[in-house]
Design a protein around this ligand. Structure first.
Ligand SMILES: [Zn+2]
Length: 193
């Protein structure tokens, strides 16, 4: 898929965790959302945080906590700069239609945790404070130091879940919309005696 131009974050085993999409699609459409989660374990874990209402809590804190709001605005600027670099490396150049427009609700709101987690995984810790928080919040299901790929894609062939596909744009690889795996409680490290 030519619109996915880079894999900015990988599992310790090498499988992609995040795909970076060009800021202008092959059909000419300006595309502000750069980072998409490609790993079913992370995608479903972040969906759980959304369902638990974490975004509402973050939005309340953004209105009351000025240092947090400032760090989040800086994350927005980092996102724009990183996207410009991706566009440059892809040979696309400037996309003036989306100047100053990032994704996920940045710079003042949180509208999609998947976007923020994708940004944090691509940029590394310390860039997007709320993406970093969300990554910490899924540690029960996923951590960066281990491979969670075994069985993660075994569900190929089933109908994609609506919950996951709503976060993917049209034209992204099928992998983005694949259903989340069922977590095997018996196989988790916490459950191992
Ligand atoms: Zn892996």
């Amino acid at each position: 898929m030519r619109d996915v131009v880079e894999i900015p974050a990988r599992c310790v085993c090498g499988n992609p965790l995040v795909a970076a999409t060009a800021p202008r699609l092959g059909n000419g459409t300006p595309f502000p959302t750069t980072y998409y989660l490609t790993h079913p374990v992370i995608t479903s874990a972040v969906s759980r945080l959304e369902a638990a209402g974490l975004m509402n809590e973050m939005n309340e804190r953004l209105t009351a906590d000025e240092p947090l709001a400032a760090a989040y605005r800086a994350a927005h600027e980092d996102y724009l700069a990183a996207r410009a670099g991706i566009g440059e490396r892809a040979g696309i150049g400037a996309v003036p239609e989306i100047d100053g427009i990032s994704a996920g609700g940045m710079p003042t709101r949180v509208k999609c945790l998947h976007v923020l987690v994708g940004h944090s995984l691509a940029a590394g810790p310390g860039v997007n404070p709320l993406g970093d928080e969300a990554i910490a919040g899924i540690r029960e299901w996923w951590t960066a130091d281990r491979c969670y790929c075994d069985g993660a894609w075994d569900t190929a062939g089933e109908a994609p879940s609506r919950d996951l596909s709503r976060h993917g744009p049209q034209g992204l690889p099928e992998i983005v919309g694949r259903p989340a795996p069922v977590r095997k409680a018996a196989g988790s490290p916490e459950a191992t005696p």
